[in-house]
Design a protein around this ligand. Structure first.
Ligand code: GDP
Length: 445
């Protein structure tokens, strides 16, 4: 994943320090040199690396490390602090207008992930009680308007698209009309998607600047693809000069990019990273917390994000109903499937496990973790008739064969799933009744 190599290099640098008691100036220099190389290899921009390593070096040679009980740990703490610093320090939240609608404009190169982000942002705002509307001011790219409509539908929010005779072809007019429309229809947030180009060009900048002038946005978010490497810095600077922006969104952080360029953007432009996009789905999106990202990079874990994601997909009523089903023996494969889908909606399991402290040390296990298994289980249950899902006892040999064929799996896999389900149901029943589960072969506890 993004920052993976950087993370590995930094953590191994620190583990080399752990065996030492006091740190000599030579130890500090060696460590700083390693950090410098790791950052440069990850594509972090040179001026950022220079400032970063100078700050770490100065502090590492100072009293806070010298007097520390555990100097190596203190150095990790310093690197963590400085990393939080280059990522922008405090989390910066969206600024809402005093009188609605709040206008959020998106800018960035074509393919950066603006349209997808528009949907993610809208869905996220909607879940928070807002009534956002998406505006298609990208009239450059064929299908851009339609793509936004699809995204809007997925997010369950309104989309304002130009109608013939209503300023078609002129994104500035469209954007202006959209604000008026939003006010009339009482949408409290307007998200304006603008056109991008494959490269930075003067006309693109002029158009974006004109839209900005026309709609006077509360936030201008610059969306940047973490995969574009070293070009990130020059692209960010060009957009800052051409349109200027109030915040940065890092997209495609799920990819294999080295990511360091993205790390430089906040520090080079002086604008905070506000959100991170981590996949193609509308839920693959998080507000950006510099401290949490630093912890992830240094493999100190990101428990807070993990808990938030779990809470997002946890429904208390649902959980109560399930517990009741367990207790009364009426838990079916249908419920099993629903639970599995809920688990999936929490996002990539691998991504979630990766947020645990020390996760990089378990990299191999994570790599072998099979998300396809979940999909196969789902396929098997979906190949059953509703009756079979309610009454797994019905599943005789010929039914199992039919299900295996229908789901593209084998009878062995179907058998394994049914066994797993029965064991889980039995165990849960015991627990729901307040007893400790009896693991097979473990005897009474
Ligand atoms: P736009 O041209 O800036 O509007 O970019 P799009 O929103 O159309 O995104 C371009 C492509 O990148 C699409 O195929 C998206 O599905 C994909 N994409 C967007 N955000 C992400 C992300 O965070 N991760 C991944 N893997 N793909 C993304």
């Amino acid at each position: 994943a993004t920052f993976g190599t950087l993370s590995d290099r930094l953590t191994s640098t620190f583990s080399a320090l752990r065996t030492k008691g006091k740190l000599s100036p030579a130890d500090v220099d060696g460590t700083v040199r390693e950090i410098r190389r790791a950052l440069l290899d990850a594509d972090v921009a040179l001026p950022v690396v220079k400032d970063f390593t100078a700050a770490v070096r100065e502090r590492a040679l100072g009293d806070e490390v010298n007097k520390a009980l555990n100097p190596a740990q203190q150095v990790v703490q310093i690197v963590n602090d400085e990393l939080v610093g280059i990522l922008g320090g405090e989390q910066r939240r969206l600024q809402f207008a005093k009188t609605p609608p709040t206008v959020i404009m998106l800018a960035g190169l074509q393919g950066a992930g603006k349209t997808t982000l528009a949907g993610k942002l809208a869905k996220w705002l909607k879940a928070d009680g807002h009534t956002p509307i998406l505006v298609a001011a990208d009239l450059q790219r064929p299908n851009a308007v339609q793509q936004l409509q699809v995204v809007g539908e997925q997010a369950g929010v309104a989309v304002y698209a130009p109608e013939p005779g209503n300023g078609v072809g002129d994104p500035v007019k469209v954007a202006k009309n959209a604000i008026k429309h939003a006010r009339d229809k009482q949408h409290d947030v307007v998200i304006v998607d603008t056109a991008g180009r494959l490269g930075v060009d003067a006309e693109l900048m002029k158009q974006a600047a004109n839209i900005r002038k026309a709609v006077d946005p509360d936030e201008v978010l610059f969306v940047i693809d973490a995969m574009i490497g070293q070009d990130a810095v020059s692209t960010a600077k060009a957009f800052q000069e051409g349109v200027d922006f109030t915040g940065v969104v890092l997209s495609k952080l799920d990819g294999d990019a080295r990511g360091g360029a993205a790390l430089s953007v906040a520090s080079i432009t002086g604008r905070p990273i506000m959100f991170a996009s981590t996949g193609e789905g509308l839920d693959d999106f998080e507000p950006f917390h510099p401290d949490r990202m630093a912890s992830r990079i240094l493999d100190l874990g990101d428990i807070l994000t993990l808990i938030e994601q779990a809470q997002k997909s946890f429904d208390e009523e649902d959980a109560k109903r399930t517990a009741e089903k367990f207790a009364t023996d009426s838990f079916t494969l249908e419920d099993f499937l629903a639970q599995m889908q809920q688990l999936k909606s929490m996002g990539s399991l691998k991504g979630m496990l990766g947020m645990l402290p020390g996760a990089r040390g378990m990299k191999d296990q994570l790599e072998n973790f099979d998300e396809g298994e979940l999909t196969r289980t789902e396929a098997i249950i979906q190949s059953m008739t509703p009756k079979e899902r309610q009454l797994p006892k019905l599943l005789n040999g010929s039914r199992r064969l039919r299900i295996a064929r229908g789901s593209g799996t084998t009878v062995t896999e179907v058998n394994a799933l049914v066994n797993r389900f029965e064991q889980a149901a039995k165990m849960m029943k015991t627990m729901a009744k307040g007893g400790m589960p009896q693991m097979p072969g473990m005897g009474p506890m």
